[in-house]
Design a protein around this ligand. Structure first.
Ligand SMILES: [Zn+2]
Length: 201
C-alpha cells in the first residue's frame, strides 16, 4: 500500500531514530495522525529550533540552554567542585544524576578516543579538561568512561596526562559489566562502581 506522502515522510523520519524499526515508526506516525492536533503540535513545538535552543556549558561541556554560559550543575554552589567526574557524554551525566549519589561536578569529553574511527585527543574536550585542572581546585578526577575498548583507551590516556599534574586519578570500580554501557546500568550498579572506584596506577 502506498501511503500519502506526508505520512510516509514522518514514518521515514521516525525510522532514522535509534532503536526504532519500521513497525514502531508506523505505529508512532499513525498514533499522531489519530490523536488530534494537540499531540502533533506538542511534538512539533518540541522539535522546532531544538538545536538552536541548546548550547554547551563553557565549563564542563554538558548541554545547557542557549544563552547560558554554564549549566545548572556548574552553577550549583552546593556541588563539590573538588571532585570531577569525567564522562563521555551528557547521557552519562544523566545516568549519574539519576543515582542522586554523586555531589561533585562533571567534565563531558563529548566522545571517546577511537583510533579505529580516527577520533584523537584533539577531537575531544581533553585540552579543556587539563586547563580546568590547572585553573580550578580539583582534588580528584574520577574517570567514568564505559568499560569498553574506547572507554579503556580514553581512561589510560587521561591517566597519563593527569598524573603528572599531581591530581588523584580514580576509575570506576567493579560492578559495571565489561563492554557494558553506563546508560543502561541500574542505579545501584552505578553507585557501587562509584564507591568502589580505585586509584589508577
Ligand atoms: Zn557545566
Amino acid at each position: 500500500m502506498i501511503l500519502p506522502q506526508p505520512l510516509q515522510k514522518l514514518i521515514n523520519a521516525f525510522e532514522r531514530l535509534p532503536g526504532i524499526g519500521p513497525k514502531t515508526a508506523s505505529r508512532l506516525a499513525f498514533y499522531l495522525l489519530r490523536s488530534g492536533d494537540e499531540a502533533a503540535q506538542e511534538l512539533s513545538d518540541a522539535l522546532d529550533g531544538l538545536r538552536e535552543k541548546i548550547a554547551f556549558c563553557e565549563q564542563c561541556f554538558n548541554i545547557t540552554e542557549a544563552g547560558r554560559s554554564r549549566c545548572q550543575i556548574c552553577e550549583d554552589p552546593n556541588r563539590d567542585g573538588n571532585l570531577l567526574c569525567v564522562v563521555a557524554d551528557t547521557l552519562n551525566v544523566l545516568a549519574f544524576e539519576r543515582t542522586e549519589g554523586f555531589k561533585g561536578k562533571y567534565h563531558v569529553l563529548q566522545g571517546l578516543l577511537s583510533p579505529i574511527e580516527g577520533i584523537g585527543p584533539d577531537d575531544l574536550k581533553i585540552a579543556q579538561l587539563l586547563s580546568r585542572i590547572k585553573a580550578e581546585d580539583i582534588r580528584e578526577v574520577i574517570i567514568a568512561t564505559n568499560p569498553s575498548m574506547e572507554g579503556d583507551t580514553t581512561a589510560l590516556y587521561l591517566r597519563q596526562r593527569l598524573q603528572p599534574m599531581g591530581v588523584k586519578v580514580t576509575r570506576l570500580g567493579l560492578g559495571l559489566p565489561v563492554g557494558g554501557d553506563l546508560d543502561y546500568a541500574d542505579q545501584n550498579t552505578i553507585l557501587r562502581a562509584l564507591s568502589g572506584r580505585q586509584e589508577m596506577s
